[in-house]
Every structure is written in C-alpha cells, then in structure tokens.
Design a protein around this ligand. Structure first.
Ligand SMILES: C[S@@+](CC[C@H](N)C(=O)[O-])C[C@H]1O[C@@H](n2cnc3c(N)ncnc32)[C@H](O)[C@@H]1O
Length: 265
C-alpha cells in the first residue's frame, strides 16, 4: 500500500533531529548489538545523519575504518564537527558505490526515505560488492499506521493545503516476507525482528516536535509559514485526542521499528 506523501523540499535540520537524540539512537544501539561480524575492518554508515549512529559504531569498533555518507549537507556538517577524525561525505545512496569491499554496511532509519522500488535495488547492489560473510544491517521505523502518522495524512487531505500536498508520498516499507525473499537469494542468513518502543514524551507538543524532525517534514516543507502554523495547530489538536495523558502527565509514544541483519552468502 502506498500512502500519499514525500516531495521533501528543504534540507534536513540536524538540530531539530537531535532534539530526541537519545530516543533516536537507541534503535541504532539495538541494531548494532545484533550485528554478527565480530571484527569489521571497514564500515560504512549509510545515511549517517548528524553522526549519532556513526558514534556508536566508533564506540564498538574504535580501530575500524568508518565512513559516513548522507545526502544532507546540514547533517554532514554536524557529523564532521562531532567526529572530526572520521570521514563524512555528502552523497545520495542512489548513486553511491564503495571504492573497496565493505565488511559492514550499517543504516539506521534511512531506507524508508527512499522510493519503494529503489530500496532493494540499492541494498542488493551494495551487498553484491561485499565479500562472503559481510554484514548489511538496517533499521527502519515501521510506524505509518500509528496515530502520529495517520493523523498527519488526515490533516494533509482535509485542509486548504490538500492540493499543495497531494504529491507528498511515502511508500510503505516492504513486509518481512518481501524483505526475506529479496535478500535470501544472495545472503546466507537474513535475520528480521521488530521492536515496539514506548517513549514517554513530556506532552503532545513533544510528539509533534519529534515528527517535525522527520516524518512531518514532507508535509510542512511545501507550505507557507502561515499554513505551517495552521497545519501544526490542527495536527496538535488531533494528537491530543488520540494519545491519552499518562499518570505522570506524559504522553506515551508507541514507535514500532523493523530491524534486518543480512549476511552475504
Ligand atoms: C532519520 S535520519 C537518520 C540519521 C542517523 N542514521 C540516525 O541513526 O539517527 C535519516 C537520514 O537519512 C538521510 N537520507 C535520506 N535520504 C537519503 C538518500 N537518498 N541518500 C542518503 N541519505 C539520505 C537524511 O539526510 C537523514 O540524515
């Protein structure tokens, strides 16, 4: 199923993204804990963002050669300032090919941003460059059916901005079965698992702040500042109806994520 919504127009904002750095980096740690390759000599962090995922790679593999690539200049600028000893490049995944064989491709919260038809072309092309035993590990949010995301789509189609946002579209991610069937012919092992995180956030506005750094961007970017304000006001009102307040007045944001660790055959 394809959900209406992607014409991302402006660059990502590292500072908005990092407002929830701890929560956003936790799945990267969980993914890394399941990587099978014990001592990778070279690693590429695909869609490294501000370097938060690269930092945990560095923590676990301090002597490995680690390179981060990302299509966002703002993210790469931030990554370079955070980890000045590592190499980072502004580079889209669509046109990326490594100059040498890579032991571990790692990608936290990136592949869902690519077009549905391109994701596995890219993943399989990159696995094709690895030696047998090389690992390809990625994690993606699996949350298009969560109220946070359903409500942004509803706000988009029901407002005066409906025609401006009609092209915004993000393809639902492939199912575990489809992922397995794509990867197994070229991999000796394909491990797939899902975790639902429950993040206690300060209030409903914090839920909106969270998605402003990621999923809400394609909806807000094409709008005028006035329409952005109205969109956010309506969206916030819907969030308040959908998510109850917890005993401590916080809002529990359920966040399903899907993890894949594949080993090149
Ligand atoms: C949600 S952030 C993830 C950042 C980091 N990996 C982390 O663990 O938090 C998604 C990143 O993917 C990058 N990205 C999106 N589409 C991309 C593409 N086609 N090629 C390269 N990077 C892309 C964005 O610029 C952004 O920095």
């Amino acid at each position: 199923m394809a959900h209406k919504s992607t014409g991302v127009q402006s660059d990502w904002s590292a500072s908005q993204y990092l407002k929830f750095e701890d929560e956003r980096t936790r799945p990267a740690r969980d993914l890394l804990s399941r990587v099978i390759f014990q001592n990778p000599k070279n690693i590429v962090d695909l869609g490294c963002g501000p370097g938060n995922s690269t930092a945990i790679l560095e923590e676990r593999y301090p002597t490995a050669q680690i390179v981060g690539i990302d299509s966002s200049p703002d993210m790469i600028k931030k990554a370079k300032s955070t980890l000045p000893k590592r190499e980072f490049f502004v580079q889209g995944l669509e046109s990326y090919s490594p100059s040498e064989s890579v032991d571990l491709f790692f990608s936290n919260a990136v592949f869902h941003w690519l077009k549905g038809g391109e994701r596995f072309e890219i993943i399989k092309k990159l696995i094709g460059t690895q030696q047998p035993g090389g690992n390809f590990a990625f994690q993606i949010p699996y949350n298009l059916s969560e109220p946070s995301h359903v409500l942004m789509r509803e706000t988009a189609v029901n407002g005066p901005w409906a025609s401006t946002l009609s092209d915004v579209d993000r393809d639902e991610f492939q199912s575990p079965q489809e992922i397995y069937d794509q990867l197994k012919p070229i991999c000796s092992e394909v491990h797939i698992f899902q975790t639902d995180y429950f993040h206690p956030l300060a209030d409903h506005k914090s839920v909106m702040e969270w998605v402003k750094g990621s999923g809400l961007r394609p909806y807000l970017d094409p709008l005028t500042p006035e329409d952005q304000e109205s969109f956010m006001e309506i969206y916030l009102g819907s969030l308040e109806k959908a998510y109850p307040k917890s005993v401590d007045r916080k809002v529990l944001l359920r966040y399903p994520r899907l993890f894949v660790v594949a080993v090149k055959g």
